[in-house]
Design a binder for this molecule. Structure first.
Ligand code: SF4
Length: 264
């Protein structure tokens, strides 16, 4: 344990090693021992996610394949992105830190997206998904995913075909890469699209963590509604947990995910 300076949080250092289908992921983390918000766990899980993605992409490249994703290509940013509650809180915080003109611009984009979803008859269903009290399985959500993608509505956070919240983008966005030609991504439902396998879906691990912490269902919120959802859940956003408890529980969810994937 270290106490670098009196005004800095006390942290405990851990070395983590995870065996994933892409190989062994190791990382060193500093975990605050004080009480912290749930979004504090994101850097750890993002680090693990990035490392396992890097290993998987390296394995594919060594096998003669190439990653087609390039800056300026945002064909996939028309799909429905599921966001866990901790990610929604982090997004809301990032949104609030924006300067006023950018915040106003972004709010107008979010309002426009909500309008378009309402016109398409999808807003109610998406809102029910965000606030559902019953766990929903992938099969139940799939028709909604398809109807959303059929709109080909650019993500409200997309600006000039680039992500305007790149540092804060959800895990589902970070985990999507393809080895098929970029032209195939004009239709992400096409069997021609070859996605890079993902060892751990971090949004799922985070939604399981949130469910355990709050005694609720594993919740995934549609991205265009995530900031509004976080604003409507200020009390949960303000809650604090011991850093070490969050860390242990989050790792437990990642391990469980990996062991379930192994037996599938
Ligand atoms: S958050 Fe960024 S990366 Fe994700 S869909 Fe929106 S624009 Fe694309």
């Amino acid at each position: 344990m270290s106490t670098p300076a009196s005004h800095q949080p006390v942290v405990e250092h851990f070395e983590i090693s995870l065996q994933t289908p892409s190989g062994e992921v190791t990382t060193a983390v500093a975990v605050p021992t004080s009480f912290v918000p749930v979004a504090s766990i994101l850097p750890l899980l993002r680090g693990l996610d990035e490392e396992s993605q890097r290993l998987e992409q390296q394995r594919l490249v060594e096998g003669g394949q190439a990653i087609s994703c390039r800056k300026g290509c945002a064909a996939c940013c028309r799909m429905l992105v599921p966001v866990s509650a901790p990610e929604a809180f982090a997004l809301a915080e990032a949104f609030e830190r924006l300067d006023l003109p950018e915040r106003t611009r972004l709010q107008a984009r979010l309002d426009l997206a909500a309008q378009r979803l309402a016109q398409a008859g999808l807003l109610k269903q998406l809102s029910s998904l965000a606030d559902s009290q019953e766990p929903l399985n992938d099969e139940a959500i799939e028709p909604l995913n398809r109807s959303y993608y059929a709109l080909r509505m650019p993500c409200p956070f997309l600006k000039n075909e680039a992500c305007s919240i790149y540092e804060h983008r959800p895990a589902a966005c970070r985990e999507l890469a393809v080895t098929s030609p970029a032209t195939a991504c004009q239709d992400m439902t096409s069997p021609q699209v070859a996605s890079v396998p993902v060892a751990v879906r971090m949004s799922t691990a985070l939604s399981l963590l949130w469910a355990e912490l709050t005694g609720t269902i594993p919740r995934l919120i549609p991205l265009p509604l995530a900031i509004d959802w976080a604003k409507r859940h200020e009390a949960e956003r303000a809650r604090r947990w011991a850093g070490t408890e969050l860390f242990e529980k989050a790792l437990d969810k990642v391990w469980r995910y990996l062991s379930q994937e192994k037996v599938r």
